[in-house]
Design a protein around this ligand. Structure first.
Ligand code: ASP
Ligand code: MG
Length: 442
């Protein structure tokens, strides 16, 4: 059985919901994971924000507006009075439930309960649409199986057991509809897998049922070997290794949420990225097998800050890097790239919330300099280190670009360059020309 996930924009309007319904009714049994309709999660968070600010009136305004939108959607979605009324009733109940939180003190648990309504709304609407069309569809309630532990990490064993139990007790369906994103915590409270978590849900469900394939459907024009917004002549990437996808997820995360990779990779279940606008296109297949030795794609990440700590004390000393890293750790600031020499270390961060404090403390250990407005350009592919030529090719493409840092060897799948943001377009274009359209420019 396949698990298919559709994101917020894919179910962003009644028409889009109908399109997804057409797409999933192909006679094959499946589990369909849905996000909330586009913008709904943000609106629910806005409601929570009003309630935190003790402004129930503001909250009610937003609730009423959102409810009107959903009423309009329901009116447009169903052909029969029966399903229109039934869905309307369910939706009104959900909005009354949201309203019930406007009456007294508001807590983070209640925020979670409100935010969960988005996925509960979209799945209810889809289920009823399928039932109206005479499809044997069954709701698989995420709150009955999806569990996280105290640290917010999924309890994969429990999830697997719960789904197996549900699938054996629920009426047998041809299509199961379930909510992405939402779950329960160890106290049984409604919780979630963090923003964008529906991809993660799909991957966890796929792993739990040992799916044949996990399909992530978006309305983005597939995965390309370079950023089509920046360079011309990109081409689609058909196959990726999970390791390559993991490297790329940090950069072009638009297509696949980074958390989605691990459960599928671990369970050895391929993930296919597909495009709702072009359902016949093969998409991008990510698996443990796609290991063609080649450079597959180039991506970039903006808003990077580079920090250099130079110190003669580093020479032949041990423990220097630990002290440096501890400072970043104490400010919960992840480090992306690292390059070291005998007398200095350079690293890059994208979260500059605590930059000033970090720099202050680093000064204890050396001379510190900071470069802002940088960008990481990364070349991703299977570049197993005993092969030759890949590094040279990438470096050659970057020949005319001032480069602040270069990193290779953290994995066999990535060469990263830290450059000035203003040079990004030039760098991406040159990498495209040299790596993918060899010959066209010579
Ligand atoms: N609806 C959630 C969000 O907007 C989860 C998701 O779409 O993946 O973050
Ligand atoms: Mg999403």
């Amino acid at each position: 059985m396949n698990v298919l996930k559709f994101g917020g924009t894919s179910v962003g309007s009644p028409q889009r919901i109908k399109d997804v319904a057409d797409l999933i009714c192909d006679g094959n049994p499946k589990i369909v994971v849905l996000s909330a309709m586009a913008k709904t999660t943000n609106t629910l968070l806005e409601i929570a924000d009003y309630l935190y600010k003790k402004n129930p009136e503001g909250a009610n305004d937003v609730i009423n507006r959102l409810e009107q939108q959903y009423i309009a959607h329901v009116n447009e979605l169903y052909a029969t009075e029966h399903y229109r009324e039934q869905t309307m009733k369910a939706i009104r109940e959900q909005f009354d439930y949201i309203r019930s939180f406007t009456k007294d003190i508001f807590t983070p648990h209640e925020e979670k309960a409100i935010v969960a309504q988005g996925e509960l709304l979209s799945t209810r609407m889809m289920l009823n649409l399928l039932l109206e069309r005479g499809i044997n569809a069954v709701m698989l309630p995420a709150l009955d199986y999806m569990r996280i532990d105290e640290n917010g990490e999924p309890e994969t064993g429990i999830i697997k057991e719960n789904i197996a139990k549900l699938l054996s007790t629920l009426p047998k369906g041809d299509i199961y509809i379930t909510q992405g994103f939402i779950c329960r915590n160890p106290y049984g409270e409604v919780d979630n897998l963090k923003r964008g978590g529906s991809d993660y849900s799909a991957s966890l469900v796929g792993a739990a049922i040992n799916a044949d394939e996990i399909q992530i459907w978006t309305d983005i024009d597939g995965m390309h070997n370079n950023d089509p917004r920046v360079v011309d002549a990109t081409s689609p990437v058909r196959y990726l290794h999970f390791e390559e996808a993991a490297e790329l997820a940090y950069f072009g995360a638009k297509i696949l949420h980074p958390t989605c990779i691990q459960p599928a990779k671990f369970a050895n279940i391929p993930v296919r990225l597909l495009n709702t606008m072009e359902p016949e296109a093969p998409g991008t297949l990510i698996s443990n097998e796609c290991d063609a030795v080649e450079i597959k794609a180039v991506a970039a990440k903006d808003n990077i800050t580079a920090i250099r700590i130079k110190s003669s004390r580093m020479l032949l000393a041990h423990g220097f890097l630990r002290k440096v890293f501890e400072i970043f750790e104490s400010y919960a600031t992840p480090i992306d790239m690292i390059c070291t020499s005998e007398v200095g270390v350079s690293l890059s961060i994208d979260d500059t919330t605590h930059l000033r404090n970090i720099v202050d403390e680093l000064k204890k250990y050396g001379t510190v300099s900071v470069d802002r407005d940088m960008c990481i350009v990364c070349v991703v592919g299977n570049m197993e280190w005993t092969n030759t030529g890949f590094e040279a090719k990438a470096l050659d493409a970057m020949r005319d670009i001032p480069t602040r840092m270069i990193s290779y060897g953290g994995s066999d799948y990535n060469i990263s360059f830290l450059i000035r943001a203003e040079d990004k377009k030039r760098a991406l274009q040159s990498l495209s020309d040299h790596l993918f359209n060899v010959g066209s420019n010579d």
